[in-house]
Design a protein around this ligand. Sequence first.
Ligand SMILES: Cc1cc2nc3c(=O)[nH]c(=O)nc-3n(C[C@H](O)[C@H](O)[C@H](O)COP(=O)(O)O)c2cc1C
Length: 372
Amino acid sequence: METSYFHADDAFVAASPRRCFALVRAIRRYAEWWRRVRCEPLGTEAVLEVGSRFRFSGGPVSWVIEVKDLRPHRRIDLEYAEGDMLGPVAWEFLPEGEGTRVRYVYRGVRPNSEYTRASFESGRSLRLHTEVMQSDAFLGLRRVLESGLDASGGDLFTTLLTQRAVRRFRPDPVPEAVLREILSAATRAPSARNAQPWVFVAVREPETRARIASLYGGLWDRAKQYTEASGADADIAERPGYGAMMQSVDHLARHLAEVPVLVIAGLDVRALGPLADPEGRIRSDAAAYASIYPAVQNLMLAARGLGLGTTLTTLALGAEDELRAIVGLPAHVHVPALIPLGYPKRPFQPSRRRPLAEVAFGERWGASLEDS
Ligand SMILES: Cc1cc2nc3c(=O)[nH]c(=O)nc-3n(C[C@H](O)[C@H](O)[C@H](O)COP(=O)(O)O)c2cc1C
């Protein structure tokens, strides 16, 4: 008879059982809080349902997990269904004071490969292995739920209403799995003729970031001098928030090299078909650029949904050839946006915009929506 593993790890999380349960259920957000391991959904659903499956991999092991039962805000029963381990496990969310005692319980798990058999035989190495994984999860849950970065709770509208230009970043690296989720969300965007003419280059290497930052800094200095000398911002300079915005733009320009990821969004003109001529000149700017900016917006919303900040910048377009050369993009790829990406220094705030009544009409220009 093979040994089964019964064990529970737990941690206190200063958030309600409802929020803990919601985050553990949000399979598309797993990359946000598991740092050492990878959880890859095997279905298309955004949240775990009974029957949902996902692959869990960490180091030399991987297994497929299936959801068996969901008892809202209290418990999620899972089964290791295929792979290096088999058997039942559960998440438990027990109210405790102002927060939740989150437990991960092995309820009789068996090894199913040579590697895990050896690890089970030495109970100590198994315990160490599971503790490392669980502490990664608990730390991640606390990081997300206690930092104020989870204002969204995964809700689309809260994500949308708090998606702002973030220009001050923490130095924490962006886990590759998080980057993949974000870029993958970008590629779900609409495009003319479904041409999907986008390419993305995620720059994490410090030297390359420094080269891009130096290019960007030079362009910013020139743009700033020009704006000041010509009064080009006269139309917006009196608006509340203008000074703060300019300070923050300046801050980003001076610290761009420190942003963990610089994403270059490219528009591959060769993928545009008849929207460009054989020499690669774009025939319809509207259709071409409207086939890349929705993907950029998707990227920024997905980042926000996962607790990361971004800013859409177009300044680097002023030195497109140099930028292309730095990352080796061919001439037929235009560079419509450079998007700094990372964990924000400050909690997300709602964006402020012109009142809807000023910009949305019913039936005719100027007529209010209500009257129509
Ligand atoms: C086409 C475009 C170009 C932009 N270029 C820059 C830029 O070069 N540098 C920058 O810091 N922000 C840039 N932004 C960000 C805007 O300043 C920002 O979206 C706007 O001020 C609203 O900010 P909020 O969402 O924080 O309210 C750009 C935005 C767009 C849509």
